[in-house]
Design a protein around this ligand. Sequence first.
Ligand code: FE2
Length: 369
Amino acid sequence: MTTEEILIDKDQLSVWLKEKRPVTVLDIRPLKEREEWLIPGSIHANVYDKLKANDPAAFDGIELPDNQPIVTVCGGGNLSVTAAEKLQDKGYKAFSLQGGMKAWNFAWNTAELKLANAKVIQVRRSSKGCLSYIIGSGSDAIVIDASLDPQVYIDIAKDNGWVIQYVTDTHIHADYLSRTRELAQATNAKHVLIDKASVEYPFVSIKSGEKINIGKATLEVIHTPGHTLESTSFRLGDDAVFTGDTLFVNGVGRPDLKANQDEANEKSKMLFQSLTQLLKLNENTLVLPAHISEAVAFDNKLIGETINNLKNKLDMLKLDESEFINFAMSRIPPTPPNYLTIATLNKQGTYEGYTPADLEAGANRCAIA
Ligand SMILES: [Fe+2]
């Protein structure tokens, strides 16, 4: 095998996982890096230091399935080539994931929700757990929180007979570079944002309570500040509500980023009030958030919970205002890597000169759970 042939790219591995082909994804990074992000279903071999030292016995004593391909994965796709070569020497059919986790950062899959007057497609960036949405009805569609190359959304819309009429973000993201502006430019869609959004590029301003018509469906704009001051939710009748980073299926949005202690307290209070507002929606409304805190499997299962399930499941939603503020302030996770740069670039609406894979590497940390 040549070096070319030993490589498998992220799209090919995505197809294998989607088609449930038998494959062993073997993560050779140091174990602590897996705590940050990983490929769903992957297993780990503690060989990093040995491979670095070019130890010929790196895989001795490690039993792997020999009846299916093995794809080795590291951070950037270099050491995984060495790993795959060593496994091939042992008789395994081994490949190396080209570009490693940095490339896998852009792997994605989808899940669908079919409604009477609309279809919702949840587009999931598998490793980071970023969830964006295309809501289509008739021949129209809106994209919320685009986090992947515009072509991904354009192709999905085309496959469904939709034209992307609107694009929007639920807030100014700090965990990944929003691709919403690029998507607007690529499609000529209207770039709508809540009037509270403080960004440095032109957009079509929408107010809380305003409605956006998509074919036969209507999205209502709800200002839900707290995670950020401009955070917005979009309600699709009694069927679904797109909550951004305000309400997740396992927690709520962190209120502390870019804030001092007093401001974070104030934002926690706003978050409590926004959550109270969301929890008053019809109890069967499906909450569809902008993130999930673990890697998204290639299982086509929609990530979402009804308002009723969340009320029962999340104890933090049962707290009163002061208890909630204390709870939120005591459970703040470490800040996301590069969040100030990412938030600044998202405000500017351009990331020219930056490499998204470098800025975005690592898990999302927008949640308090
Ligand atoms: Fe966020």
